[in-house]
Unconditional design. Structure first.
Length: 259
């Protein structure tokens, strides 16, 4: 007769049992999901392109023979370099806000500091009103909320833009916390902003997972803080497939297959 004790002994020694143990160990019991905002939930590039196109037509085009495409290309290069300096605390927020336009106008041969200042003010106000989310953003957030996950945002964006974005896009009801770097004093990928978030939420890093599009800022930063990651790479950045991440997705819809 095949006894219960014999069956349990057989089960414990079987490869079948060890396989499911490994799966169970791999699939952590996440309770908190942390999102990046720009280029992860909110379509930053679409909103920025549209805003800059309109501002260029109003304030720059009358003073130059260069077209918008040249202006936009130069702006993106300048802005990217200045954001690197800002994240490393080598320049202040106010310097970044204006200098990105001052330097871009100089690329067009324009020394117009008053235009640069006006563009700096108008850009932040206008872009924050663009309610552009990535496909499946709301559906995924609704799914995760119904599953019982506690969700928050960690963003390096400016507070005067991030709060209106969240409100305008109807995202506020999904998040328990909105961690903005300038309010906390640390920029991603500094692990201290991740530590601040986990301490504020009273949760261990092992119970959290970070979802973001910027590998060096979101993914590597979270990993350094002991937080697992979902690398959102909708445009298939070159070489990204060789960089380590807990999970990888190209569409936010894929979050429903992970959680």
């Amino acid at each position: 007769m095949f006894s219960i004790s014999t069956y349990i002994s057989h089960l414990l020694s079987s490869a079948h049992f060890h396989y499911f143990c490994e799966v169970e160990l791999f699939m952590k019991n996440y309770t908190h999901i942390i999102f990046d905002l720009d280029r992860t939930l909110w379509d930053f590039d679409k909103a920025a392109h549209e805003t800059l196109h309109d501002l260029f037509a109003l304030y720059v085009k009358p003073h130059t023979t260069f077209g918008f495409d040249y202006f936009y290309t130069r702006y993106r290069e300048v802005n990217s370099g200045l954001w690197d300096l800002y994240r490393n605390k080598e320049i202040s927020k106010e310097v970044l806000r204006v200098k990105r336009f001052t330097l871009t106008l100089e690329e067009l041969g324009l020394d117009r500091p008053w235009i640069a200042n006006h563009l700096a003010d108008m850009y932040v106000q206008v872009v924050a009103q663009k309610a552009y989310l990535f496909p499946w953003a709301l559906e995924s957030l609704e799914y995760l909320l119904e599953k019982g996950y506690l969700m928050s945002v960690i963003t390096n964006g400016f507070k005067e833009a991030q709060y209106p974005k969240v409100e305008r896009c109807g995202l506020g009801k999904y998040f328990t916390h909105l961690f903005i770097s300038e309010e906390i004093g640390y920029n991603k990928p500094d692990r201290r902003i991740f530590d601040y978030a986990t301490n504020t939420m009273n949760v261990n890093a092992e119970s959290c997972i970070m979802i973001g599009d910027d590998y060096d800022v979101d993914i590597a930063g979270a990993a350094a803080a002991g937080i697992d990651q979902v690398y959102f790479n909708p445009h298939t950045v070159d070489g990204a497939e060789n960089k380590p991440a807990t999970f990888r997705i190209k569409s936010l819809k894929e979050l429903m297959n992970i959680f």
